[in-house]
Structure formats: structure tokens, C-alpha cells
Design a protein around this ligand. Structure first.
Ligand code: UDP
Length: 366
């Protein structure tokens, strides 16, 4: 049996960054993953000549110079700018909430008119300190935007009433009084040419990779000094305090014999009655030329054991439970936890890379 300095469980972004840096520092690294592929949820797979984002759309964006320089070692980014469309019944709007949205919604033209309209809708709601997602959304954009573009979508995506969700979720989205459909405020944005899987392949060039291997059920097959665990922290501890809650996502992906199905990579369906939250048309991420297309309808579901966990539910109850697991984790000798599942965080990719680099700094003395 070979011996490694580090065993990394999970070949997602956190695990890949750590494995790359550790190998570069001369350490022997083994990476295992229970799936049959590397790259975690950023995995992209070619289908009919189109890179498909198998675990949902991933658009890289960051304002962190260090992370941007780092990731650019492994790929070239195109100039994709995310500008999703929202469809509510037979109406179509631009996202994020900006002057294009307001102008279409109310037939107005100027920022002052939009602000007045929103102010008149907020007046009388009596919200001082928003306590939940509904109050936060209403106090930012008023009732029309909330009812048409937020309420139905959010309740589908999270399976919870907007009053029972943290305000922070909605603060992810920009609100602008200029005509600008860029979904992100970050300085850098794009899709890696050739897909995300290649980035992870390059990061793992010097590491031993073992796929289809479940660490928790095959603990003794690899000998190592230290474990870097990026799977679910609650699962690692056998759900000792009970399971943390996640939202899961199911994709229905199909290839269609049409050149351009929806004219945009991301189209959100914001009304409650449409069962899916959005349709992704993958070719538009990389401007892939093909006479056919591949689309994925995204359905949200409550996570249960055996399903893929996607979004941690960051409410008070779950964060308190996570804290208990975190304290257990601290006592675990020669084991470090990281990544979205290891630290139970609703993470953007750049934040995962940033935290992985910070961790490398501490662990490898970089
Ligand atoms: N959201 C919404 N309407 C939309 C898009 C997003 O209300 O058309 C809300 C929803 O609550 C969602 C949150 O904004 O959970 C964050 O959306 P984002 O697109 O950042 O989610 P992700 O891409 O991470 O799933």
C-alpha cells in the first residue's frame, strides 16, 4: 500500500487547489472521489460537441486579483457576461433588477421615475430592519418586482416561504439604476474555454487520483499522514447530531435539433406554476457553433440522504447545527475540513479558491 503525505477527499475546486499546491511543495498527494469524475460540481462534460455544465451553470466571476491570477494559470477565459432573462407568465424581463427591468415593468425611462415607483410601493409596508428574505426583497425593490420576479422563483428554488429564508440570499443580486444587464458586479468574469474539467485536470497533474471510491466506506485502503476532507461534514461524523439541510437540484438535459433554442444561456422561469426554475442552453456560454443544441431544465428538491447536496440552507437552525459539527471537527486530529460541503457554505467559486489558497498558506507554509 502506498503512503501519502495528504489524502484529499473530494476532487472539487477546494481539493484540486490544495492537491496542486501540496504536490508543488513536494508532498505526495492522493485525491479520491466517490463520483466517476473529477471537478466536483464544476464538472463540464462534452455532449454532441457542446460543453455541458452537468451540475448546473457555473459562471466564474471575481474581484479578487489573487484568485483571478491563480485560476488563469490553468485556462483562458472568454468574455462571457452573464445576463439572464426572466420569464413571468407571458412577460419577459432582464435581470438583474436594473433600468431595463423597471422600464419594461412600468413603462418608465429615468432612474428617478423608477426610484419613485419603488418608494411608493415600499411606503406603508413598515419594514425597518428586514428580518427575512421577503422583507429584504420588498424593502429593496417593492411589491411588483417581488411578486413577479422573486417570490415564485425563490420559493421553488428553496422549497420554503420567503419569510423563512435569510435576507442574505437576495443580497447576492445587484440592484442598479442604470441600463446594465450584467448579473455580477465583479471586475473579472468569464467561462473557461474548453470547460472547467480541464482546469481540474491540470491542477491534479501531479496527484494520484482514485475515482469511484467512497472514503467513508473504504477508510483503510490508503495510508496517509493528514486528511483534507471536502465532503459533507455531517456525513463524516455519521450524522451524530442529525443531518444538516441542503437543497438538491435535478436536471433534465436534452439535445434538440435546433440551432438556437432560447437565445440566451440562462432563462429563469419566475412563476410558481412552472415546475422548473430555469433553462440553461449550454452552447451560449462558449458561443459554440453547432446546428443542434443542448438544454437543461433545472428542478429544485429537498435533499435527502443518497441525493447530491447542492445548496446549504443557511438559516439559524442549520448554522447552529453546523457549529456543533465544526467544534467536533476542530478536535479531530490530522483532519482538516474545507470547501462548500466541508464548511457548509453557499460559496461562489472564487471564494472557494480564495479559502483553499489561504488554507494552503497555513498548511504548507506558503
Ligand atoms: N432570485 C430570484 N429571481 C431570479 C433569480 C434569483 O428571486 O430570477 C433569487 C433567489 O432567491 C435565488 C437568489 O436570488 O436563490 C440568488 O440567485 P443566484 O442566481 O445568485 O443563485 P445561484 O445561481 O447561486 O443558484
Amino acid at each position: 500500500m502506498s503512503h501519502y503525505d495528504y489524502l484529499v477527499v473530494g476532487a472539487g475546486l477546494f481539493g484540486c487547489v490544495f492537491a496542486h499546491e501540496a504536490a508543488k511543495a513536494g508532498k505526495r498527494v492522493c485525491v479520491i472521489d466517490r463520483r466517476d469524475h473529477i471537478a466536483g460540481n464544476v464538472y463540464t462534460k462534452e455532449q454532441a460537441g457542446i460543453n455541458v455544465h452537468v451540475y448546473g451553470a457555473h459562471i466564474f466571476h471575481t474581484s479578487d486579483e489573487r484568485v483571478w491570477r491563480y485560476i488563469n494559470q490553468f485556462c483562458t477565459f472568454n468574455h462571457y457576461i452573464n445576463s439572464p432573462i426572466a420569464i413571468y407568465k407571458d412577460e419577459l424581463y432582464n435581470l438583474p433588477f436594473n433600468m431595463n427591468t423597471f422600464s419594461k415593468l412600468w413603462g418608465i425611462r429615468t432612474p428617478d421615475e423608477a426610484k419613485q415607483k419603488i418608494a411608493s410601493q415600499i411606503e406603508g409596508l413598515g419594514i425597518k430592519e428586514p428580518k427575512n428574505l421577503e422583507e429584504q426583497a420588498l424593502s429593496l425593490v417593492g411589491t411588483d418586482v417581488y411578486e413577479k420576479l422573486i417570490k415564485g422563483y425563490t420559493e421553488k428554488q428553496w422549497g420554503r416561504d420567503c419569510k423563512d429564508l435569510p435576507a442574505s440570499i437576495i443580497r447576492r443580486l445587484p440592484l442598479r439604476f442604470i441600463y446594465d444587464n450584467n448579473y455580477f458586479n465583479d471586475r473579472y468574469q468569464g467561462i473557461p474555454e474548453g470547460g472547467y474539467t480541464r482546469i481540474c485536470e491540470k491542477m491534479l497533474e501531479q496527484a494520484e487520483i482514485r475515482l469511484n471510491e467512497d472514503f467513508l466506506s473504504s477508510k483503510n485502503q490508503v495510508s496517509y499522514d493528514k486528511l483534507i476532507y471536502t465532503g459533507q461534514i455531517d456525513e463524516y461524523f455519521g450524522y451524530e447530531y442529525g443531518p444538516l439541510e441542503y437543497r438538491s437540484v435535478r436536471f433534465e438535459t436534452e439535445e434538440l435539433p435546433v440551432e438556437n433554442y432560447q437565445g440566451n444561456a440562462v432563462v429563469n422561469y419566475t412563476e410558481r406554476e412552472v415546475p422548473y426554475t430555469r433553462i440553461i442552453e449550454h452552447k451560449h456560454f462558449e458561443n459554440t457553433q453547432a446546428p443542434h443544441t443542448v438544454i437543461s431544465r433545472e428542478f429544485s428538491a429537498e435533499w435527502q440522504q443518497g441525493m447530491e447536496p447542492y445548496y446549504p440552507i443557511g438559516d439559524g437552525k442549520n448554522l447552529a447545527l453546523y457549529e456543533k459539527y465544526r467544534q467536533l471537527a476542530e478536535k479531530e486530529e490530522n483532519v482538516c475540513f474545507g470547501g462548500r460541503l466541508g464548511s457548509y457554505k453557499y460559496y461562489d467559486m472564487d471564494k472557494v479558491i480564495g479559502e483553499a489558497l489561504d488554507f494552503c498558506g497555513k498548511e504548507l507554509g506558503q
